[in-house]
Design a protein around this ligand. Structure first.
Ligand SMILES: *[C@@H]1O[C@H](CO)[C@@H](O)[C@H](O)[C@H]1NC(C)=O
Ligand SMILES: *[C@@H]1O[C@H](CO)[C@@H](O)[C@H](O)[C@H]1NC(C)=O
Ligand SMILES: *[C@@H]1O[C@H](CO)[C@@H](O)[C@H](O)[C@H]1NC(C)=O
Ligand SMILES: *[C@@H]1O[C@H](CO)[C@@H](O)[C@H](O)[C@H]1NC(C)=O
Length: 318
């Protein structure tokens, strides 16, 4: 039992939820990581003032209803600042291939019900909360794929550090869609207009060194453990300092954020555009090629694999 508990402890971050729960039952002396309501993320506390959120939502870590609920449940209370409010939140992933995936593509297939559109609306709320919560700094620690929604959410965080497995980008335009969940506006703010146009319009993706050179990533590390250690060291340094200064710095730098009404316009445009016949054919083709969003060759081949829609993918996985 002891051996089982300790080996499960090491593996816990890679285990599916049911096994994590089993471990909690088997090993009461080691509390299981605290889980979000739907279990799509777990919370650990490397030191006071720092929270690590580890994303774990299915084979491609996609943004679906359950993840959206869990992220809102986590973010909303941070608006109320108390002594326990973390100064720094690090988002990482227990999935070695995916940091945070695209939106659940089934929610983009017509008919667009109110329920499906609500996911889009809640997604805009993350954008606002990640900005409105000025007393906490959000850091994306990316060592896997982050395409579509995952890339948009990363772009909205305050800093991004990446490791050797990072592959990110917005593939939406290849389907005739747009990165309309704040992604376009933030890519513009972070990369500048010309580079944002190039990468969005051509649905190009970034690896670590390229993204660092573009200023999208604060820093690229070629070693996953060095990434983790360095991000934690930075977080702990920030976390020592008085909150009032942190809050004022984040508040004042928000003048660089895209205007709030730009998100609303892009959100409405997204649902107009995505219901077109070409877009719907592409969404259905995407679901088919990905075998309904399994971690298959196609999903692992993002962002280049979207070119399969045009017969232009050589099948290689970056
Ligand atoms: C903030 O705290 C107050 C008082 O405890 C509570 O009534 C309110 O619901 C909280 N708001 C949020 C967004 O958590
Ligand atoms: C965030 O702030 C903006 C601008 O003040 C406001 O319009 C919006 O309702 C806020 N959003 C949330 C989710 O609190
Ligand atoms: C956490 O923040 C408090 C309040 O600013 C500070 O007194 C304390 O030293 C910080 N602790 C760590 C470990 O950063
Ligand atoms: C953060 O800074 C803003 C802008 O100065 C201020 O309005 C807000 O009250 C501050 N919040 C906290 C928790 O100090």
């Amino acid at each position: 039992m002891r051996y089982l508990c300790s080996s499960l402890h090491i593996l816990a971050s890679q285990l599916p939820l049911s096994l994590v729960q089993q471990r909690a039952a088997l090993c009461p002396e080691q509390p299981a990581p605290e889980l979000s309501g739907h279990g799509t993320m777990s919370f650990t506390y490397p030191s006071s003032n720092v929270t690590r959120v580890t994303i774990n939502n299915g084979p491609v870590n996609f943004v679906d209803r359950l993840f959206a609920d869990d992220l809102l449940d986590f973010l909303i209370p941070l608006q109320n600042v108390t002594e326990d409010t973390p100064k720094v939140v690090i988002f990482d992933s227990s999935n070695p291939n995916f940091w945070l995936g695209h939106i659940d593509m089934r929610t983009l297939a017509t008919p667009i019900t109110n329920e499906k559109k609500q996911l889009g609306a809640d997604y805009m709320k993350f954008t606002q909360l990640l900005q409105n919560i000025t007393s906490t700094v959000f850091i994306a620690e990316i060592d896997g794929r982050a395409f579509g929604a995952g890339n948009e959410i990363a772009a909205q965080m305050d800093m991004r550090f990446v490791g050797p497995r990072a592959r990110t980008g917005s593939f939406e335009e290849a389907l005739g869609l747009i990165a309309g969940g704040g992604g376009q506006t933030y890519m513009g703010a972070v990369l500048g207009k010309a580079k944002a146009m190039e990468y969005l319009l051509a649905a190009k993706s970034f690896t670590g060194p390229a993204g660092e050179a573009l200023g999208l990533y604060n820093k690229y590390y070629d070693d996953s453990q060095v990434l983790k250690d360095s991000v934690l060291e930075l977080a702990q340094r920030i976390a020592l300092f008085p909150r009032v200064a942190l809050n004022q710095t984040k508040s004042v730098l928000s003048f660089l954020n895209p205007p709030n009404n730009a998100f609303q316009l892009d959100f409405e445009a997204f649902y107009d555009i995505e219901q077109g016949p070409e877009q719907q054919a592409n969404v259905r083709k995407f679901i088919e090629l990905s075998e309904d969003q399994a971690a298959n060759h196609y999903e692992l081949g993002l962002g280049e694999s979207v070119m399969a829609l045009y017969g232009l993918w050589d099948g290689s996985v970056a």
